[in-house]
Design a protein around this ligand. Structure first.
Ligand SMILES: NC(=O)c1ccc[n+]([C@@H]2O[C@H](COP(=O)([O-])OP(=O)(O)OC[C@H]3O[C@@H](n4cnc5c(N)ncnc54)[C@H](OP(=O)(O)O)[C@@H]3O)[C@@H](O)[C@H]2O)c1
Length: 391
């Protein structure tokens, strides 16, 4: 059995730690080549002492201050260049893209060009620059394997079926913490309420995105790139029990679903070990003990983020980057008490509808510029907003 090396971008986060749990369970199959984080040097050092990577990378920080706390011989690299070195390291066969935001875009593109397997959790990269990331993967002969549980489900269900037999993909959604809340109640929603996802424990940004359903909208865009389908053939269905992770309908009328307990270690392990399945010792799904599985159509009046994301997906080009950049700024503003919960999607809507730039994305630079401008436009709107904020 060959031991495969992995670079973990976003090692200190929710997905990163779950991935390290999987890697730690199979030391004869995997070793950690590099660990990367944003600014949390202390957590990165603690992980490096356990997993003994060749290299650690901080997006921002002081290399000298952590070097003496690391196992002897560990290289410390910084910033985008450092992350690119970590992602393209000779001994890294797999790159787990799980840093939040878009800072890892160029390093992940470089890793795809270098032919690494990309285990992709960081959907924002495909949303923003799907055209360029998938082209880099084609050039480098790299595979992009989904880590998002819904896309992993679709990937598993499609398996050896022919793409031309797919009628539509149905992404399931738990519905988030506000599934049964009125618009008025959502207007008063607090930060802890928005972060209180009923099923998954995740980082703050994706938890808020799950509460607005923007996360599902971003997943629709992610799916267009992963599965080569237009947005009109990707549906969203609320399934509060989160047992069915997604479904695919084929043209003969068959609908195939993938089920499992909601535990990110399962899709992460599959992306790392594909096409093999690892013997994961986790609680098993017991369908006979489960009652009342349900499905609902999402209410787009209460959750307008979905329509905005479908619109951006249809427009294509830089529109998804504009949506994503404005959303990240608005979520950050909500999490720092500057706007209310329902203002998040209002800001995104205003930025998209007031967009004066071009939506053409000929080069990666076009996309990065659209991202910069949309963030600026969102910050302007947020600073002009006089709405009372929630606690
Ligand atoms: N959590 C889930 O279950 C889940 C499921 C599907 C997809 N995803 C996607 O996976 C990604 C990570 O989600 P998460 O929930 O794991 O987030 P998280 O818990 O907030 O962790 C974010 C990670 O990214 C790092 N990071 C932040 N800013 C960075 C920067 N500028 N440069 C490099 N690294 C940076 C953080 O480092 P510090 O600790 O130093 O800040 C941390 O390691 C997101 O794109 C999310 O949409 C998550």
């Amino acid at each position: 059995m060959t031991r495969r090396g992995g670079s973990v971008l976003g090692a200190t986060g929710s997905v990163g730690r779950n991935a390290l749990d999987v890697i730690g369970r199979f030391p004869r199959r995997f070793r950690v080549t590099a660990l990367c984080a944003g600014t949390n040097a202390r957590a990165l050092v603690a992980l490096a002492r356990i997993h003994r990577p060749e290299m650690v990378c901080l997006w921002e920080g002081d290399a000298a201050s952590i070097r003496r706390e690391l196992p002897r011989g560990t290289r410390v690299v910084l910033g985008e260049q450092g992350m690119t070195e970590a992602a393209c390291a000779k001994n890294a066969d797999i790159v787990l893209a799980a840093a939040s935001g878009i800072s890892s875009l160029r390093p992940v593109i470089a890793a795809a060009e270098a032919g690494k397997r990309i285990a992709l959790a960081n959907k924002e990269l495909l949303v923003m620059a799907g055209k360029f990331l998938t082209a880099a993967a084609r050039r480098g002969g790299a595979e992009i394997l989904p880590v998002d549980s819904e896309h992993s489900a679709v990937f598993q269900v499609i398996g050896r079926n022919r793409r031309e037999d797919i009628l539509r993909v149905i992404l399931t959604a738990s519905g988030g913490p506000f599934r049964c809340r009125s618009l008025e109640e959502m207007r008063r929603a607090t930060i802890p309420e928005a972060l209180g996802h009923p099923v998954w424990r995740m980082g703050a940004k994706i938890s808020v995105d799950s509460a607005t359903l923007m996360n599902k909208g971003l997943e629709v865009i992610e799916a267009t790139w992963l599965f080569g389908l237009p947005p009109a053939r990707i549906d969203v269905l609320i399934h509060p029990q989160s047992v069915i992770h997604s479904m695919v309908e084929f043209r003969d009328g068959s609908v195939l679903a993938q089920m499992g307990i909601p535990d990110m270690r399962i899709p992460i392990a599959y992306a790392l070990s594909y096409p093999e399945r690892l013997p994961m010792e986790l609680p098993r799904l017991r369908p006979h003990r489960m009652e009342g599985w349900g499905f609902e159509t999402p209410d787009r009046k209460r959750f307008p983020a979905l329509s905005l994301a479908y619109g951006a997906a249809e427009t294509g080009g830089t529109a998804p980057a504009v949506l994503n950049g404005a959303n990240e700024e608005a979520v950050r503003a909500f999490l720092s008490h500057r706007i209310g919960f329902t203002d998040i999607v209002r800001v995104v809507d205003r930025v998209l509808s007031g967009w004066k730039g071009s939506f053409a994305a000929r080069t990666l630079k076009d996309v990065l510029e659209a991202d910069t401008f949309s963030r600026r436009a969102a910050r302007d709107r947020i600073s002009r907003s006089r709405r009372p904020t929630t606690t």
